[in-house]
Design a protein around this ligand. Structure first.
Ligand code: GTP
Length: 303
């Protein structure tokens, strides 16, 4: 029995969340077209008869400007040093740049460097020739940065090409160990956190480019409606979306509340699928100036 922990690192938009989802086969991390959406440590679990691969999703590393930034960075280094394998995602569609080399050199500085696998993500976006060039460049990072790749694998989470190879390789690199989680678990995140993430994803989808990444979602109250017939349950969810400015509140709500309505509908459908029953979703938008700098609020959000 092989079992252990792995995480994916890479620049924003490198395809980490999408690959996690493809490996686990369940929607657990936020995948959106906007960078830097991954805030929570999300574990996805891939089980086979003789292995358990536990994927830990970390936020990206940033120059910290707020307390949130500092806490997230601490979390990143901590996660890196705790996993067995790190999959470094280097999208084939982009040239390897200073952001990538910075990341890898930070990992190389850890006291105990985990096993490293290079993943040439989004392989579907480029020609064979360009992919080959990319793989050569990745290989040259060994010498440039003083690291060693256990392997270099091109993968497309979108088409599914080589996703199984990535899984097999990661499992191969895990130590012998027990099944840490029952084999029907795909994530150990509390349902409430997953619901908050589904709402946050819907918010970001709705407003594309206008909205910065300063939206937090909190579940204020959640419970099954009382007095419903057993075969027609209903889950009540009261949630707040917290933004930093009035103008952002306006963007989320939209003209005559149309955007907020669309966000609610999208989120409700996803949540109902997750919890297996119809959902009544009550969404509020709150303005909390500088929430990213407030220790009290960050504590409440679990950062
Ligand atoms: N063509 C193609 N697009 C992909 C692939 N994987 C991810 N994408 C797209 O790339 C974008 C970013 O993917 P994510 O999985 O959210 O990237 P991430 O690295 O988790 O991003 P952050 O959370 O911002 O760090 C999304 O629009 C995905 O649909 C792939 O294999 N092929």
């Amino acid at each position: 029995m092989k079992s252990g922990f792995a995480c994916f690192v890479g620049r924003p938009n490198a395809g980490k969340s999408t690959l996690t989802n493809a490996l686990v086969g369940s929607k657990i991390a936020i995948a959106s077209a906007k960078p830097q959406t991954t805030r929570h440590v999300v574990r996805g679990i891939r089980n086979t008869e003789d292995s358990q691969l536990i994927l830990v999703d970390t936020p990206g590393l940033h120059r910290p400007r707020t307390l949130l930034g500092e806490r997230l960075n601490d979390l990143v280094y901590q996660t890196w040093s705790e996993v067995d394998v790190i999959g470094v995602c280097l999208p084939a569609s982009q040239r390897i740049g200073p952001g990538d080399t910075f990341l890898v050199s930070e990992i190389a500085k850890l006291d105990k460097v985990p096993t490293l696998v290079a993943l040439a993500t989004k392989s579907d976006l480029v020609s064979k020739a360009r992919l080959a060039e990319h793989l050569v460049k990745i290989a040259s990072l060994e010498e440039e940065l003083g690291i060693r790749w256990a392997s270099i694998i091109p993968v497309s989470a979108l088409t599914g090409d080589q996703v199984d190879d990535v899984a097999d390789e990661l499992v191969k690199l895990l130590p012998e160990g027990p099944r840490y989680y029952p084999d029907d678990t795909v994530t150990d995140e509390p349902t409430e956190t997953r619901i908050a993430e589904l709402i946050r994803e819907a918010v970001l989808e709705g407003v594309r480019d206008e909205l910065p990444h300063s939206v937090a979602v909190m579940i204020d109250e959640m419970g099954q409606r009382e007095g419903r017939p057993a075969d027609r349950p209903l889950l009540d969810i009261f949630a707040s979306m917290v933004v930093e400015r009035d103008s952002q509140k306006g963007i989320i709500i939209g003209h005559r509340g149309e955007r907020l309505k669309a966000v609610g509908t999208a989120a409700r459908t996803q949540i109902a699928e997750l919890v297996g029953m119809p959902v009544h979703l009550d969404l509020h938008v709150k303005v909390l100036k500088d929430w990213q700098r407030s220790p009290k609020f960050l504590d409440r959000l679990g950062f």
